[in-house]
Design a protein around this ligand. Structure first.
Ligand SMILES: C[S@@+](CC[C@H](N)C(=O)[O-])C[C@H]1O[C@@H](n2cnc3c(N)ncnc32)[C@H](O)[C@@H]1O
Length: 232
C-alpha cells in the first residue's frame, strides 16, 4: 500500500513514489524532466516580470530546485527561498544540484523547508516574488484557495505571486482535454488537473489581499498558462 501524504491528488502525495525516484537518481525526471529548459524558462520569465537581484523570491513547490539553479546565481545571496511537500526532493536537489554547482553559500539550508501547507513562517521575512510552477496542475484548483491566504502575510505590498494552471474552455471542463503543444491529457478530477477562467475568478474573489490577472501563454512547452496574483 502506498503511503499517501495528504489527499492523494497525484503521485507527489505518494511518499513511496518520491522516495523511489530519488533513490534511483531520477529526481530531475520526477519533477517533470526538461531540466535546463524549464529552469531557464522560469528564470527568464521572472526577469521579464521585473525580478531584480535585490528581490526576495519564494519557489512554492520547488521540487529539486529546477528553477533555483538558474535563479540563485542571479539573485543576491540569500534571496532565493523554497518550500515543497517532499523533503526528499529538497534534499536530493540540495546535494545533487545546489552543492555541486557551488551555490550553497548563496542558498543556505535555512532557506528551504518541507511543508504541504504553504507555510512560510520559518523564513521570517517578506517576499517580493513567488512562483508555483506546475504545482496547482497536480491538485484541484481549490488548493490554491488554501495557498493564497497562507502566503499572503509573507508578501510585501505589490509583491507578485505567479502560478501555472492548465486551462480549458468552459464548455469542455467536464471532460478530458488534450493540451497542445505537449499533448498532455488533463482532467477535471484527476492528475494532471485542468481548470477554467470561471473557477479561477471564484478562487480570486475569495482571496483577500490579492488581485488576480491572467497572463496566459508564457511559452510553456506543455501549454501550462500563467496566472499572476498581486499583493494589495
Ligand atoms: C511537477 S513538480 C514541479 C517542481 C518545480 N516547481 C519545478 O518547476 O521544477 C511539482 C512539485 O510540487 C510539489 N507539491 C505537491 N503538493 C505540494 C504542496 N501541497 N505544497 C508544496 N509542494 C507541493 C511536489 O512535491 C513537486 O515537487
Amino acid at each position: 500500500m502506498s503511503a499517501l501524504r495528504q489527499s492523494g491528488f497525484s503521485s507527489y502525495d505518494d511518499a513511496n513514489f518520491v522516495r523511489n525516484a530519488v533513490n534511483d537518481g531520477r529526481h530531475r525526471e520526477a519533477v517533470g524532466g526538461m531540466w535546463d529548459e524549464m529552469g531557464s524558462l522560469q528564470a527568464e520569465f521572472l526577469r521579464t516580470q521585473g525580478l531584480l537581484p535585490h528581490h526576495a523570491l519564494v519557489d512554492v513547490g520547488a521540487g529539486a530546485f529546477r528553477a533555483g539553479v538558474k535563479l540563485i546565481s542571479y539573485l543576491d545571496p540569500g534571496n532565493y527561498y523554497a518550500i515543497d511537500l517532499a523533503a526528499e526532493f529538497l534534499e536530493a536537489g540540495y546535494k545533487r544540484e545546489i552543492e555541486p554547482a557551488g551555490l550553497a553559500e548563496r542558498f543556505p539550508r535555512r532557506n528551504f523547508a518541507a511543508t504541504g501547507a504553504f507555510d512560510l513562517s520559518s523564513f521570517q521575512r517578506r517576499f517580493d516574488f513567488g512562483i508555483a510552477q506546475s504545482v496547482f496542475t497536480h491538485m484541484p484548483i481549490e488548493r490554491l484557495s488554501l495557498c493564497l491566504p497562507a502566503i499572503q502575510p509573507y508578501f510585501n505590498a505589490g509583491g507578485k505571486f505567479f502560478a501555472t494552471v492548465f486551462l480549458v474552455p468552459e464548455g469542455k471542463a467536464r471532460k478530458r482535454f488534450k493540451q497542445l503543444p505537449g499533448g498532455v491529457v488533463t482532467a477535471p478530477d484527476r492528475d494532471p488537473f485542468h481548470t477554467t477562467l470561471t473557477a479561477l475568478h471564484a478562487v480570486a474573489s475569495q482571496a483577500d489581499g490579492w488581485r488576480m490577472s491572467v497572463i496566459g501563454n508564457w511559452n510553456h512547452p506543455r501549454n501550462q498558462q500563467m496566472v499572476l496574483f498581486t499583493r494589495l
